[in-house]
Design a binder for this molecule. Structure first.
Ligand code: HEC
Ligand code: HEC
Length: 342
């Protein structure tokens, strides 16, 4: 088993650095289409070998998960008690909210599309620009974001500590009681329980060829052959590398640039990180329209066409788009049991 893991990690590192190098490593700023294509093909082979069925996270403490579940729906985490995590990350909407941008406290409109919380523990970093390294670290993000929950630990903790029942519940699980660390840990534990195994594609990978329709199988082949898998790879079909949005063309040319469009550049300040984003997971993607960091693609077929054009440099025929959509629909898994109300 350690050997497989080592191989898997090597594949990720190799795959991502290869595409990154060809796409960004050239100092003339001009990308050579053939070279990118070649690198994508190489990386596709690696991406293919890194696919595996999604499984549950074992070894979670059910009491911690239950506390996290409760906090995830607790509006006391927001400034005016109007918003909870679940307001934007809805379980019945694939862990997102179906909006191009969410609305936070006081109706403030966010600046970027809400990604799914499902399977997020398997992302190599959190957020579109990767600015949080772990789920624990991530929790403070929405809490402090003026466009989301607009609060702070200094406001939230006394409010939670004043609740005797919650205080007891915490004390029996965490000796330290209610602190920023234990709240973050409980929420992150709940998030680790939000895996969605059992998708048709997982059954297919496990050997059940009939789990995918012929159309979805055709889409899977195209997903590999065209090179989508060079970037959307690993168990999440994404979530394991950064890539530029617009490798093969300027996606942002025809629109007014927003700060969020700069992606990872906002974290590193490095020129080569402009428009670079975490490659999103495609698990449950059929449930999480609209797509992209800007919520600009209303439906899956539109997103697939944009990817073909700007990430692969090819106009996809509508039959190909349809087949790939059928494949992506096979990535919808089972709703985690831990989302049932406590
Ligand atoms: C007002 C809507 C809103 C609320 C409330 C909210 N989120 Fe989010 N969440 C977002 C948006 C938007 C992003 C993407 C932000 C970015 O990438 O810059 C995000 C990103 C995330 C991510 C990263 C997922 C990924 O793939 O990178 C996680 C995990 C997450 N939120 C969990 C939470 C938790 C836990 C809470 C409650 C403490 C919460 N969210 C509250 C809108 C919201
Ligand atoms: C060079 C890397 C790369 C390739 C190749 C690539 N993608 Fe992407 N994909 C990305 C990145 C980066 C994003 C995030 C773009 C953004 O929103 O800023 C993305 C986003 C997406 C999304 C939207 C997901 C969401 O939750 O918003 C879908 C769907 C998608 N890709 C499917 C595909 C398909 C299908 C192909 C092949 C036709 C493909 N991708 C090829 C890097 C790539």
């Amino acid at each position: 088993m350690p050997k497989t893991i080592a191989l898997y990690l090597a594949a990720i590192v190799l795959g991502s650095s290869l595409v990154w190098w060809v796409a960004n490593g050239r100092d003339d700023g001009q990308m050579a289409t053939e070279e990118v294509r070649f690198a994508l093909r190489q990386s596709a082979d690696i991406g293919f070998s890194a696919l595996r069925p999604l499984t549950r996270q074992d070894g979670l403490d059910t009491a911690q998960v239950a506390l996290g579940r409760q906090l995830f729906s607790d509006t006391r985490l927001s400034k005016d008690g109007s918003i909870a995590c679940v307001s934007c990350h809805r379980f019945e909407q694939g862990g997102a909210d179906g909006l191009p941008r969410s609305f936070g406290v006081g109706g403030a409109e966010g600046v970027i599309n809400t990604p799914s919380v499902f399977n997020s523990d398997l992302n190599f970093v959190q957020f579109w620009d990767g600015r949080a390294g772990s789920l624990e670290e991530q929790v403070a993000g929405p809490l402090h974001n003026p466009l989301e929950m607009a609060s702070s630990w200094a406001e939230v903790l006394p409010r939670l500590q004043a609740d005797a029942a919650l205080r007891d519940a915490f004390a029996s699980v965490y000796p330290a009681g209610i602190t920023a660390e234990t709240v973050a840990h409980a929420v992150a534990s709940f998030e680790r329980s939000l895996r969605t195994p059992g998708a048709p594609f997982d059954r297919y990978l496990a050997g059940d060829a009939s789990a995918l329709s012929p159309l979805a199988q055709e889409g899977y082949e195209k997903f590999r052959d065209f090179g989508c898998i060079s970037c959307h790879q690993g168990v999440l079909l994404g979530g394991n590398m950064f890539q530029k949005f617009g490798v093969m063309g300027d996606y942002f040319a025809s629109r007014k640039l927003q700060p969020a469009d700069l992606g990872r550049y906002n974290v590193t300040g490095r020129e080569e990180d402009k428009h670079v984003f975490k490659v999103p997971s495609l698990r449950n993607v059929a449930l999480t329209a609209p797509y992209f960091h800007d919520g600009s693609a209303a439906v899956l077929t539109e997103a697939i066409g944009v990817m073909g054009r700007f990430q692969l440099g090819r106009e996809l025929a509508s039959e190909d788009v349809g087949a790939i959509a059928a494949f992506l629909e096979s990535l919808t898994g089972r709703l985690p049991e831990s989302v049932e109300a406590p």
